[in-house]
Design a protein around this ligand. Structure first.
Ligand code: R5P
Length: 318
């Protein structure tokens, strides 16, 4: 019997319900169609899954962002993986463009969970053999898994976009100390200055900003963050940067969670443009919102994994 090799197993792509349009764009990049699978609900709300295609011996890629409603989308992913494993798929790769629960990645006070680790354990228990994801809240989450994790960066998409804006006197700003390393990387690649906003979190919805480290007076500033959740961090950072004399302020964030009063805060903040990706479907109506697609990046990763080619060139931040 020929041992399993991804290159000679058929590649099949399936999508959960979280971000069908991104799944379709990935499939289109790869020149294939999404496999047929019903992901519905039983009358009591439990998730019901039925694959319509034969998956035996296949190299399966399951695309699902664990975005809002997070619990539903996570359970869909787990149950789909379980069905694939029981139907004898040869390998199951979860493509998780947005990895939910990633902010709960450490015990920073007593009696709290490390939910990102729990999610990693659940994914592995469901039969998933490999994970592809993008801009994890903390890169160390890769270590919560005992299976290969390909952690990609949206910076390939963002830097290309910023370069074509041809902004003079560019400063890359982090909205908090935690994001400084990421902002520093962008500033190097874009040949820009670096600034950091001092931020304190008051509650899940509220932040306070104090001072800015770095000179932003009369500069064009791009704030970079991994996610916009309630919109407080980047909106308050933008206001402060403007008060410090910034010329134009942009924000780039990979995951557009946009919960709570995010849309209202973003509309009222002094942004020239709000640039996000399509890891999470964006339905918000904000005039200065620009959505860049990560479909090619994820599609290329799928292609390389299936063909047993190196994925590491895609890790390089351009
Ligand atoms: C914080 O560590 C994250 O990188 C984001 O800055 C934060 O989660 C954004 O949250 P919000 O939009 O609610 O301020």
């Amino acid at each position: 019997m020929t041992p399993f090799s991804p290159a000679n197993a058929p590649m099949l792509l399936f999508s959960g319900n979280s971000n069908r349009s991104l799944s379709e764009a990935i499939a289109s990049y790869l020149g294939v169609s999404l496999g047929s699978c019903e992901v519905g609900r039983f009358p009591d709300g439990e998730v019901r899954v039925k694959f319509k295609a034969d998956v035996r011996g296949a190299d399966v890629f399951l695309i699902q962002s664990t975005c809002t409603p997070v619990n539903d989308h996570l359970v869909e992913l787990l149950i789909m993986a379980d069905a694939l494993r029981r139907a004898s798929a040869a390998r199951i790769t979860a493509v998780i463009p947005y990895f939910g629960y990633s902010r709960q990645d450490r015990k920073d006070e007593g009696r709290v969970p490390i939910t990102a680790k729990l999610v990693a354990d659940l994914l592995q228990a469901s039969g998933i053999n490999r994970v592809v994801t993008l801009d994890l809240h903390a890169a160390q989450i890769q270590g919560f898994f005992n299976i290969p994790v390909d952690h990609l960066y949206a910076s390939r998409v963002f830097t290309k976009y910023v370069r074509q804006l041809e902004l003079p006197d560019l400063v890359v700003a982090s909205p908090d100390a935690g994001g400084m390393k990421q902002a520093w990387g962008y500033s190097k690649r874009l040949d820009a200055y670096l600034a950091v906003v001092e931020k304190r979190r008051i509650s899940g919805e509220d932040v306070e900003v104090g001072f800015v480290i770095g000179d932003v007076a009369n500069k064009n500033v791009v704030i970079i963050d991994d996610m916009i959740s309630t919109g407080g961090s980047v909106s308050k950072a933008a206001q402060l940067l403007k008060e410090k004399g910034a010329r134009k302020v942009f924000v780039m964030a990979t995951h557009a969670i946009f919960c709570g009063r995010a849309v209202e805060k973003l509309r009222n903040a002094p942004f020239e443009e709000i640039i996000v990706t399509d890891t999470i479907p964006v339905t918000a109506n904000i005039e200065r919102l620009k959505v860049l697609s990560v479909a090619e990046l994820l599609g290329e990763a799928v292609h390389r994994i299936h063909s047993n080619k190196s994925v590491s060139t895609l890790f390089q931040r351009l």
